[in-house]
Write a protein that binds this ligand. Structure first.
Ligand SMILES: [Fe+2]
Ligand SMILES: [Fe+2]
Length: 474
């Protein structure tokens, strides 16, 4: 295992000290990053000690160390998973050949664009979550928010390292631009839609970490297969950090449900108004938030049929998640069926080349993974004896990217008229009144171990600490 030099100005396990030019360039970017963190990162809480985990190695067992750190002192740095000697390209036209330690000239602009797009999402989510610290339902949750935030900051470092190390001047300029675009900015927004959505409540935060960070997981898994080895190694390590973000989402939503079920039992009611008066999120509202963030995240995978995706796959640039699990790693002249609008208000099957359908293949894997948590949430609902089932809507519902963009359907994916969609919209997606209600619940709780009334405590604390641990010293 390679060791991380934590004492260096920029902690790293890539022997940065041996490459003075790169080191100098990154040391120039570092103050710009810290400045961005100061201006666009978590509002306030700069001086507070937060019980954070920091990477100290890159192996599966011992990579994390826990301790109190004020966020601006977090050791952001460059950590790549260890090199796998003799690694070969696993898919596409070059499969079986040695992986690349540098970017081939003909794929340079493609790699740069993909790395920039991935990199852009990392600081974007920090910007979206900027104000949430002020309404955290507990110190435990506040700490988790900040853990996610500092790690997204580190993911930005991961992409900026690649840009600086492999893309020369263009890369350095892109690294600067990553700090100049901002989530929701009218003039210079973030690149992808979901990352410009406002986030002013913790229910959205939990849905986002469940659904949108999971999109991140699948993008990273696809990059982890790349023939460009430094990209594969960077993303492999990012995946270990990412797992905690989805844990925050799954347990967060699960705790909201648990609390709602408790109150439903106490009051013996499923009446929305009564539950809202009691200060918990009713399950139909939860379903609407789920619909919103799940469908927004579906768009991040791109169009169902894509010649770009085909060329990424053919050229070893970006693979499928867990490529080894697929039987055919070349997909020459293989076909798959996708569902497309038939132009007459219906759905029609269409056969496309698998290479063109890689986005859809990845999206469907993502949906499967999303369903794991939904099943778990439903088990809790069932155990409570409540007749309600949360459900992922169809991948055709409320799409803004791809073949179903702008085609109105119901949550089951059946095409409907725009008028019908409009008539049902308030049943399917959060209304202004829903948002006002959810926001009204967002009251800050700062006493260790105490939770806001709309969320149950977690089953256990972080790193075997008690739930009532002082996770953030306010
Ligand atoms: Fe990330
Ligand atoms: Fe994440």
């Amino acid at each position: 295992m390679s060791t991380i030099d934590l004492q260096a100005l920029i902690p790293n396990n890539v022997d940065l000290a041996d490459n003075r030019q790169l080191q100098r360039a990154l040391e120039k970017w570092q103050p710009a990053f810290l400045n961005w963190w100061d201006e666009m990162g978590p509002s306030d809480f700069r001086a507070n000690d937060v019980y954070l985990r920091t990477a100290v190695g890159v192996d599966a067992q011992g990579w994390a160390s826990y301790g109190y750190t004020p966020m601006p002192d977090y050791r952001w740095g460059i950590f790549l998973a260890d090199k796998e000697e003799g690694r070969k390209i696993g898919f596409g036209d070059f499969r079986g050949q040695d992986v690349w330690q540098d970017v081939p000239g003909e794929f340079r602009s493609t790699f740069r664009r993909l790395i920039v797009t991935q990199g852009d999402t990392e600081p974007a989510s920090v910007e979206q979550q900027r104000l949430l610290g002020h309404t955290a339902p507990s110190l435990y949750d506040l700490r988790n928010l900040f853990q996610v935030n500092v790690e997204e900051g580190r993911h930005l470092w991961a992409m900026v390292y690649l840009l600086h190390a492999y893309f020369g001047r263009d890369g350095r300029e892109e690294a600067e631009a990553l700090l100049e675009r901002h989530s929701g900015d009218a003039d210079r927004p973030r690149i992808l839609g979901t990352f410009n959505e406002p986030m002013d409540n913790w229910l959205s935060f939990f849905m986002f970490t469940y659904f949108t960070d999971r999109d991140g997981k699948f993008q990273l898994k696809s990059f982890a297969e790349s023939a460009f080895d430094p990209l594969a190694r960077t993303t492999r390590f990012m995946l270990t950090e990412e797992a905690h973000h989805m844990f925050v989402g799954e347990t967060g939503v699960g705790r909201v449900i648990k609390r709602t079920l408790e109150v439903m039992k106490e009051l013996d009611t499923d009446d929305t108004a009564a539950l809202r008066r009691a200060g918990v999120v009713d399950l139909p509202t939860l379903q609407k938030y789920l619909n919103y963030w799940f469908t927004s995240s579906l768009d991040l995978f791109g169009s169902e049929a894509s010649s770009n995706a085909a060329s990424y796959f053919a050229n070893g640039i970006k693979g499928r998640p867990d490529e080894a699990r697929f039987a055919d790693h070349a997909e020459v002249d293989t076909h798959m069926v996708i569902q497309v609008p038939d132009g007459q208000g219906g759905v029609r099957d269409e056969s496309i080349a698998v290479r063109n359908g890689i986005n859809e293949v990845t999206r469907l894997e993502y949906v499967k993974d999303c369903n794991v948590g939904v099943t778990r949430w439903n088990m809790a609902i069932k155990r409570a004896g409540v007749d309600f089932e949360l459900k992922l809507p169809s991948t055709r519902f409320r799409r803004q990217v791809g073949l179903w963009a702008g085609v109105p359907t119901n949550p089951a994916g059946q095409p409907i008229s725009q008028a019908e969609f409009d008539a049902h919209r308030d049943q399917w997606l959060p209304t202004e009144a829903d948002q006002t209600f959810v926001k009204s619940l967002m009251q800050r709780v700062t006493e260790p171990g105490r939770m806001a009334a709309w969320i149950a405590p977690p089953d256990r604390g972080i790193n075997a600490q008690p739930v009532a641990y002082e996770y953030v010293r306010l």
